[in-house]
Design a protein around this ligand. Structure first.
Ligand SMILES: Nc1ncnc2c1ncn2[C@@H]1O[C@H](COP(=O)(O)OP(=O)(O)OP(=O)(O)O)[C@@H](O)[C@H]1O
Length: 306
């Protein structure tokens, strides 16, 4: 299927994503989507600006090529520009690719122009506090975390000399080191939590707000089904100490977390979380700010193509 001038297509690729060679991706675009314009992100956050630009320039189909972070940035730009009518296609080329997990990816990029592949997709929004103290909002398509996982993510992104050396040696080694260092001092945190307006005080290790069941490259909290349309999955880890959390993480890595007594799940439309000491908020793989954070779901507000 070929693009035409009434159905203009732009591909937004992230050269910093994943492990695929950039020239392989560019060759595929040139062969399989020859009419498409091709833009590259040049810095973190550039995907948002390019997603917005694509809507303003009147592209009907925007193809995000990269990891979940790239998809998320492009979706944010598209939605910020009021591009709900734009088709947002995704070609997984990152390291985690959790949005597309379980879905059958196209073999030929030209198939992304086939409108029978369009899916009305719910989008989550999260409001949080930026490091400069102002409030901000992001859309999310995959998942958000607050607690142990977001603290590990924050430690991993810190530009310390140790991190720099470890990341240069091996990315997974750096991730494991961040996890061990965080876990070694971890204590459950007291939070004020509101699920669908129902307030409670809880001691938790982690709160995940999921649009898709997978996180961190195919890990799950024991369920591989997404929440029903119009809902988010709020998954709390609570009722266990440091050793219990370490045991649960091991179960999660083994894919054997289903039914674990520390996992508490609820399908909800809204979540609010606050803690005495602000906790980092991770959105689609990126630390965006701190609690207090409010999450909600916007049903069928984006057309996605995978
Ligand atoms: N030119 C660039 N240089 C450095 N970073 C970039 C550039 N363009 C985009 N980024 C950043 O790269 C980050 C990672 O991208 P992405 O999440 O798509 O890849 P990944 O980490 O390999 O995949 P996944 O999220 O599936 O693990 C994003 O946060 C984005 O802001």
């Amino acid at each position: 299927m070929a693009a035409d001038e009434n159905d203009p297509v732009v591909c937004i690729t992230n050269p910093a994503s994943g492990v695929q060679r950039r020239d392989t991706i560019m060759r595929r675009i040139a062969t399989e989507l020859p009419e498409a314009r091709c833009w590259s992100t040049r810095y973190p956050g550039h995907g948002i600006a390019l997603g917005r630009q694509a809507v303003e320039d009147g592209y009907a189909t925007v193809v995000a090529i990269g990891g979940d972070g790239t998809l998320s940035e492009v979706a944010n730009g598209v939605l910020e520009a009021g591009g709900e009518k734009v088709r947002l296609a995704y070609v997984p080329a990152g390291t985690c690719n959790d949005f597309a997990r379980g879905l059958r990816p196209v073999t030929d990029l030209g198939d992304l122009l086939d409108r029978t592949r369009d899916r009305e997709t719910d989008v989550g929004t999260v409001t949080f506090t930026r490091p400069d103290g102002t409030r901000d909002q992001r859309y999310f398509l995959v998942s958000c975390t607050v607690g142990l996982i977001s603290v590990i993510g924050q430690r991993f992104t810190e530009k310390t000399p140790v991190n720099r050396v470890l990341k240069r040696l091996n990315l997974q080694l750096a991730e494991t080191a961040s996890s061990i260092r965080t876990l070694a001092r971890w204590r459950p945190v007291a939070v004020r939590l509101e699920l669908d307006g129902e307030p409670s005080h809880q001691s938790i290790s982690n709160l995940a707000v999921l649009k898709v069941p997978y996180f961190a490259g195919g890990l799950t909290f024991g369920r591989t089904q997404p929440p029903p349309a119009g809902y988010l999955d709020a998954v709390r880890v609570s009722g266990v100490g440091r050793l219990g959390v370490a045991g649960l993480m091991w179960q999660v890595f083994r894919g054997a977390a289903a039914g674990h007594p520390a996992i508490h799940r609820q399908e909800v439309r809204t979540v609010c979380v606050d803690a005495d000491s602000p906790l980092p908020v991770e959105v689609d793989g990126e630390i965006v700010g701190y609690t207090p954070a409010e999450f909600s779901i916007h049903p069928s507000c984006l057309t996605t193509v995978v």
